[in-house]
Design a protein around this ligand. Sequence first.
Ligand SMILES: CC(=O)N[C@H]1[C@@H](OP(=O)(O)OP(=O)(O)OC[C@H]2O[C@@H](n3ccc(=O)[nH]c3=O)[C@H](O)[C@@H]2O)O[C@H](CO)[C@@H](O)[C@@H]1O[C@H](C)C(=O)N[C@@H](C)C(=O)N[C@H](CCC(=O)O)C(=O)O
Ligand SMILES: Nc1ncnc2c1ncn2[C@@H]1O[C@H](COP(=O)(O)OP(=O)(O)OP(=O)(O)O)[C@@H](O)[C@H]1O
Ligand SMILES: N[C@H](CCC[C@H](N)C(=O)O)C(=O)O
Ligand SMILES: [Mg+2]
Length: 488
Amino acid sequence: MKTLRDILYNAGIRAVHGNTDITVNALCIDSRAIRPGDAFIAVKGVHVDGHQYIDKAIEQGAAAIICETLPEQLSGNTVFVQVENSAQASGVIAGNFYDNPSHKLQLVGVTGTNGKTTIATLLFRLFTRLGYHCGLLSTVQNQIGDNVIPSTHTTPDPVSLNALLARMADEGCLYAFMEVSSHAIHQQRIAGLKFAGGIFSNITHDHLDYHKTFDEYIRVKKAFFDQLPATAFALTNLDDKRGMVMLQNTKAKKATYSLRTLADFKGKILENNLTGLIMQINETEVHFRLIGEFNAYNLLAVYGAAILLGSDKAAVLRALSDIQGAEGRFDYIVSAHDQIIAIVDYAHTPDALKNVLATIKNLRKGHEQVITVVGCGGDRDTTKRPVMADVAAELSDRVILTSDNPRSEDPAAIIHEMEAGVPVHLKKRVLSITDRKEAIKTAVSLAGKEDIILVAGKGHEKYQEIKGVKHPFDDKQVLQDVMKLMDK
Ligand SMILES: CC(=O)N[C@H]1[C@@H](OP(=O)(O)OP(=O)(O)OC[C@H]2O[C@@H](n3ccc(=O)[nH]c3=O)[C@H](O)[C@@H]2O)O[C@H](CO)[C@@H](O)[C@@H]1O[C@H](C)C(=O)N[C@@H](C)C(=O)N[C@H](CCC(=O)O)C(=O)O
Ligand SMILES: Nc1ncnc2c1ncn2[C@@H]1O[C@H](COP(=O)(O)OP(=O)(O)OP(=O)(O)O)[C@@H](O)[C@H]1O
Ligand SMILES: N[C@H](CCC[C@H](N)C(=O)O)C(=O)O
Ligand SMILES: [Mg+2]
C-alpha cells in the first residue's frame, strides 16, 4: 500500500492541505469510477474540466484530490494537493503509485502517422523469438507474453498505462514496446515514463481535427524526442521530410534508417511481391514475409532498434525473416475459384492508402482490375475525406465509397464529403454504398478472375461504431463469407 506522500514525489506540488500520510487505495482520473479511499486527479480535458467533478469524487469517498485549481471550500477529511499541471502530475503520480515500472523495463516507444502498430508488434514478436519475455501496448491489442489484454486506445491513459507496465515488470518482462500516439504526447499520457528508445516512422496528413495545423502536429510528435533521456536512442526515418527535425533537440543518441540515402541502417529492396520482400540490409540479403515498400521501412526501423538495444545482427535478421505483420495490415485471402485476391488493410490516412494501392499496382501482372472499398471515420479529421477518395479513385479501377465508423455523424454525409474529392474525369469509376456489407458484396460481385479487392480503413477492428454502439463487423470475415456465397 502506498501513502499519498509516497506518490507525490516529483509531481510539481504547489500546496498541500491535510495530512499526506494516508494510504491511497487506487488512483483515478474519472470521478465515475471512484471508490472509497481512492485519490482523484482532476484533469482539464478536451470536452470538460475534471475539476467540475471534485465534489462528486468526494461524495463517492475520495480520500485525496489532486488538482490544478483548489475549490473555494476545502471539505472535511479530504486531503487536497494543488499541482502545477495535473495532466503531467497524473503520469508522474501513476508512475510512483506503481513503483515506476518503466524504470524496470527496456521501454521503446514508436511514434509517427503510420506504421506504429506494425513496428511495435514486429519488435514484440522479434524479441519474443529471441527468447525474452516481452510486453506490447498497441492499437490492436496489449500483450504480456502470451496473455492478450484488449486495448481501448493506441496509447492508454497514464494510470492504465503504468498499471499495464507494472504487470509486465512484475511478470518478468525485460522489454516493452509501445505505440505513442500524438494525442498521448499532447495529453501527457506518457509523462514520467523512462524510455530506452524512441522510433519515428513518418508524418503525413491525419488528426488535424485535434491538432488543427500540420505544424502543430509536427511540434507535438517532436516533443516525444525532446523528452527522451541521454541514455535512450532516438531512431528516425531519414526519407521522411521531417525525419531529422524530430531529432533536432533530443538528448538521446541519434540513429537513422533509410532506403534512399546513407544511414546507420540502410536498406535496399531487391524484390517486392505477394510472397514478401527481399531486401539488402547493411550488406546482408534477407527475405521477409511482409509486403510493400512501406513495410521495408517498418522492417528497417525494427532492425535498427533491435541493434541499438544490443542484439546480435545475424540472430535478429534470422528471426525477423519469419515474422508475420500485425493483424489487419495487408491481410489477404485468395478466393477458391476465381483466385481473387481480397486484401484487408488499416489504411485510414491518405498516405497509407496511397502506399497500399501503389504496392497493389506493383503486384499486378497486367490485366487485373483493382477494386477499392473505403470509408472515413466520423468524429475524426474531416479534411482527409476528399483526399482519401481522390487517392482511391486515382489508383483503382473501381471504387466503392462506404461507411467506416460513423460514430456520432451521418454516414451519408461523410460519404458526400468524400465524393467531393473525386475529380470529374474519374467520377464514373466511383460508386457510393453506405452499408459496408453491401459495399463489400458489390465489390466481390464486380470482381472477375484474379482481380484484386482492397477493403481499407478498419483492418483488425471487429466492430462498426454507430451512434455510441459497437456493432459486430469484421471486414475479413465478411469478405470470406461473401466470396463463398457467390462461389467466386
Ligand atoms: C479526444 C481525446 O483524445 N480524448 C481523450 C481524453 O478525454 P477527454 O479530454 O475528452 O476527457 P473529457 O471528457 O474532456 O474529461 C476530462 C476529464 O474529466 C474526467 N471526468 C469526466 C466526466 C465525469 O463525469 N467525470 C470525470 O472525472 C475525465 O475522466 C477526464 O479525466 O482523455 C481520456 C483519458 O485519457 C481518453 O480516454 C480520451 O480518449 C477518447 C475516448 C478518444 O477517443 N481518443 C482518441 C481520439 C485517441 O486518443 N486516439 C489516439 C490515437 C489514434 C491513432 O491511433 O491514430 C489513441 O492514443 O488512442
Ligand atoms: N511505414 C509506413 N508508411 C506508410 N504507411 C504505412 C506504414 N506502415 C503501415 N502503413 C499503412 O498504414 C496502415 C496502418 O498501419 P499501422 O497500424 O502499423 O499504423 P499506426 O501508426 O499504428 O496507425 P494508428 O495511428 O491508427 O495506430 C497500414 O494498414 C498500412 O496501410
Ligand atoms: N486510431 C485511429 C484509427 C481510425 C481508424 C478508422 N477505422 C476510424 O474509425 O476512423 C483513430 O482513432 O483516429
Ligand atoms: Mg496503431
